[in-house]
Design a protein around this ligand. Structure first.
Ligand SMILES: C[S@@+](CC[C@H](N)C(=O)[O-])C[C@H]1O[C@@H](n2cnc3c(N)ncnc32)[C@H](O)[C@@H]1O
Length: 227
C-alpha cells in the first residue's frame, strides 16, 4: 500500500511513481459501503459506473469482490484518472475498465460503453462527491441515473446528508459550515431535495442505510419505464 495520502479534493497530491493515490477515507469506509451495496450487486450481472472515483480504490476493491460485474470508474481530474488507471494496472483485474472523464457539471454527461455493455447500467455509485460540488452536480447525477440505469437498476450514493432540513449530527453541521466557508456552492445535501429530483428522473425515493460516522448510503431504484 502506498505510504502517502490524497484527500481527493481539488488539490494536486503526491503520487506513487506509477500514479497511484491513497485516500484515507477509503480505508475507513469501503467495508461499510460494501455491506450496504453488496447484497444487491451480488445478485446482478452487467455494468456498474462509478462517478467521481477519486483515487480509484473503491472501484478497484469492489471489482475484486464482484468478478461477475464490470466496473467503470470515472472522474474529472487528470491526477485522479491517472491514479485510477494505475490501480487498474497494478491489480490487473479483468472486470475493471479504464477510467473515463465524466463531468457531472455537464447536464448531458454520457457514459461510453463498449459493444458488449450495450449502454444501460445495472448500478451507479457516487461516494463523497455531492457535498464537495455545486447542487447542479447532484441534479445532473440523478437525471443521468434516470437516463442510463436499466429498469430496476440502482443509484447508490454515499456521504453525509440532511433530513427534512436538519443535520443528523452536530459534527455534520460543523462539516457543512466548513464546506460552505470554503466554497459557497458546496454543502451537505438534503435527502428531501434528492428525493424530489429522483422522482422527476423516474427513480424511487431513497432506501437509506446508516453508516458509521453519521454517513448514509442512499439507494435509488430506476422504476420500470412502461409504468
Ligand atoms: C472527496 S473526493 C471523493 C473521491 C472518491 N469517491 C472517494 O470517496 O474516495 C470527490 C471526488 O469528486 C470528483 N468531482 C468533483 N467534481 C466533479 C464533477 N463535476 N464531476 C465528476 N466528479 C467530480 C473529484 O475529482 C473527486 O475525485
Amino acid at each position: 500500500m502506498p505510504d502517502f495520502v490524497a484527500e481527493c479534493g481539488m488539490r494536486g497530491m503526491p503520487a506513487e511513481p506509477d500514479g497511484r493515490l491513497d485516500g484515507p477515507a477509503f480505508h475507513r469506509n469501503h467495508n461499510a459501503i460494501w455491506s450496504a451495496i453488496g447484497g444487491f450487486l451480488s445478485r446482478q450481472s452487467g455494468d456498474v459506473l462509478e462517478l467521481g472515483s477519486g483515487t480509484g480504490q473503491h472501484s478497484t476493491a469492489f471489482a475484486r469482490r464482484s468478478p461477475h460485474l464490470t466496473w467503470w470508474p470515472s472522474d474529472i481530474y487528470h491526477s485522479h484518472l491517472a491514479s485510477i488507471e494505475a490501480w487498474r494496472r497494478h491489480t490487473g483485474l479483468a472486470n475493471l475498465r479504464a477510467p473515463q472523464r465524466i463531468d457531472l457539471a455537464d447536464p448531458h454527461w454520457t457514459w461510453t460503453a463498449d459493444a458488449r455493455a450495450g449502454g444501460t447500467l445495472t448500478a451507479m455509485l457516487c461516494i463523497n462527491v455531492l457535498h464537495i460540488s455545486p447542487w447542479y452536480v447532484s441534479q445532473n447525477l440523478i437525471a443521468g441515473a434516470g437516463r442510463t440505469l436499466r429498469d430496476g437498476g440502482r443509484l447508490f450514493v454515499y456521504g453525509p446528508f440532511m433530513r427534512d432540513g436538519a443535520h443528523t449530527a452536530p459534527s455534520n453541521a460543523a462539516f457543512d459550515a466548513t464546506l460552505r466557508a470554503e466554497n459557497p456552492d458546496w454543502g451537505v445535501r438534503d435527502l428531501r431535495d434528492l428525493n424530489e429530483r429522483a422522482e422527476m428522473a423516474g427513480l424511487t425515493p431513497a432506501d437509506i442505510t446508516a453508516m458509521p460516522a453519521n454517513n448514509l448510503v442512499l439507494a435509488f431504484t430506476r422504476a420500470d419505464r412502461q409504468n
